[in-house]
Design a protein around this ligand. Structure first.
Ligand code: SF4
Length: 244
């Protein structure tokens, strides 16, 4: 069998890979929404949604790689590998290829103030408490360390306690003081970036939910903490938060 780089075979392959990628990413996004909404039924348990979501996302990455490889190899047009990662440098279909590259390019996202993230956006209902949801995620992060470095052994559990205090008990000043004391002590001190990921989340939550932070600090927990948790945090069902 011979492979021709000039016939229509690669042209069809690149388009087929692109279409399959689009389909897989759409399905993955839908499953992500179902995961975030904690969908489950007697015939469709939640682990099935979570597993399918993860595997479809990985399969989509394989097809993205295939799409890029066949596009570059196809001699019908001259497209460099760099055009897949640096936006708007391709002479062929510059706009469309540029948009595709933006979706992949971390430096571009960073320059625009963004970054590759978890790949999912969840809209919190107005009745949910953003602080409580963040406190639950930070507690999970504090429990998922290897327990080898100071920031993870000492810092993250204390940070998770302080955030839970603010979210569920009403901090009355002490929780906010504790959080602002801990953040700079934890940041940049771990052997890996796990603690920094947690502190970035906390800083972002304090900024985004600044009105809620004031409310909790001065008046105690809001009604949103009584809602069933929204974000799917492993092991959360067994945890008692004891709001008041
Ligand atoms: S900083 Fe990283 S390597 Fe160190 S204990 Fe935490 S997770 Fe483990």
């Amino acid at each position: 069998m011979t492979v021709s780089f000039s016939g229509p075979g690669l042209w069809y392959a690149t388009r087929a890979a692109g279409l399959v990628t689009l389909l897989l990413l759409t399905l993955s996004a839908l499953l992500g929404v179902l995961t975030a909404g904690r969908f489950a039924s007697p015939t469709w348990p939640r682990f099935l949604t979570v597993g399918l979501h993860r595997n479809l996302s990985l399969l989509a990455l394989v097809f993205v790689a295939l799409h890029i490889a066949t596009t570059v190899l196809d001699s019908y047009t001259s497209i460099q590998v760099s055009a897949a990662f640096i936006p708007f440098i391709s002479s062929y279909k510059r706009g469309w290829l540029g948009l595709g590259a933006i979706a992949l390019a971390q430096p571009t996202l960073r320059a625009a103030g963004g970054a590759m993230g978890a790949g999912i956006v969840i809209a919190l209902p107005v009745t949910s408490c953003g602080l409580a949801e963040t406190a639950r995620v930070v507690r999970y992060l504090a429990e998922e360390t290897a327990g080898q470095c100071g920031p993870c052994v000492m810092g993250l559990p204390a940070l998770a306690d302080a955030l839970a205090d603010l979210a569920y008990q009403g901090g009355r000043g002490r929780a906010l003081d504790q959080i602002s004391r801990l953040l700079p002590v934890i940041e940049g001190r771990g052997a890996c970036r796990h603690p920094d990921g947690a502190t970035k989340l906390v800083r972002s939550a304090l900024r985004t939910f600044s009105a809620e932070v004031q409310w909790h600090d001065q008046r105690g927990a809001c009604y949103g903490v009584r809602r069933d948790p929204l974000l799917p945090v492993p092991g959360d069902e067994e945890r008692e938060w004891g709001w008041k």
